[in-house]
Write a protein that binds this ligand. Structure first.
Ligand code: G16
Ligand code: MG
Length: 219
């Protein structure tokens, strides 16, 4: 029996990747190198610290501990400038209706995100009150593909892992859900998210009942 849904935030509920990209690009440029949209794909679902490590590697740079911390703060401040202007129009197509379909069926819903800005983003898009539990980057110490974020979400909801369906757009997130022994629906391209039990391009034109029916019996 599937009784709970756990949604990733960036790339599933809202597309904040473009704002992360703009802020990281600004940081890279200030350090004297460029950062492309192609390379930004590698940062999806990756924590802030790991993202900066990756970017510095791409730019062939090393920073002292103090400069690393300062760079994280600068990037986040730029990111917050963008986030503070977003609203409900940024919710990805079909995501709100899908979430509602799960709630109407009596399922519990949680957020499982790597972002430390998750609560602010949910406030900005008007969805904060929709979630029964929120586990974000402030509550976990291990990054996806570690299952911690999803395991904690299930604990907060008071349900078993096998009762949860995770919705994820990142490969590391799909792996985290599998490592948590949960059902996982990939949101994006099947060739990228092939480890997921089911992959949907987005939430348009579907609902939770259709998704539950599409999950393989063994999943
Ligand atoms: C999101 C994004 C990542 C970002 C991470 C940390 O994860 O996909 O690109 O680096 O959050 O965000 P912040 O800097 O706001 O703490 P998710 O798990 O919601 O996809
Ligand atoms: Mg994501």
């Amino acid at each position: 029996m599937k009784t709970a849904c756990i949604f990733d935030l960036d790339g599933v509920i809202v597309d904040t990747a473009k704002y992360h990209y703009l802020a990281w690009k600004r940081l890279a440029n200030s350090l004297g190198f460029d950062f492309t949209e192609h390379d930004n794909e590698k940062l999806k679902g990756v924590s802030r610290i790991e993202s900066l490590k990756l970017i510095l590697q791409l730019g062939g740079q090393q920073l002292s501990e103090a400069d690393f911390e300062a760079a994280l703060t600068r990037k986040n401040n730029w990111y917050l400038e963008y986030i503070n202007t977003i609203g409900p129009e940024e919710i990805l197509p079909g995501a709100f209706a899908f979430l509602q379909s799960a709630k109407q069926l009596g399922m519990k819903v949680a957020l499982g995100s790597a972002s430390k800005n998750a609560v602010l983003i949910l406030q900005r898009i008007g969805l904060l009150e929709q979630f029964d539990a929120i586990v974000d980057g402030n509550k976990v110490s291990k990054a996806k593909p570690d299952p911690e974020v999803f395991t904690k979400a299930a604990q907060e909801l008071g349900v078993d892992a096998r009762q949860c369906i995770v919705f994820e757009d990142a490969v590391a997130g799909v792996q985290a859900a599998l490592n948590a022994d949960m059902h996982v629906v990939g949101i994006g391209e099947a060739k990228v998210l092939h480890q997921a039990h089911v992959v949907l391009p987005n939430f348009s034109g579907t609902n939770i009942e259709q998704v539950v029916q599409s999950l393989p019996e063994s999943a």
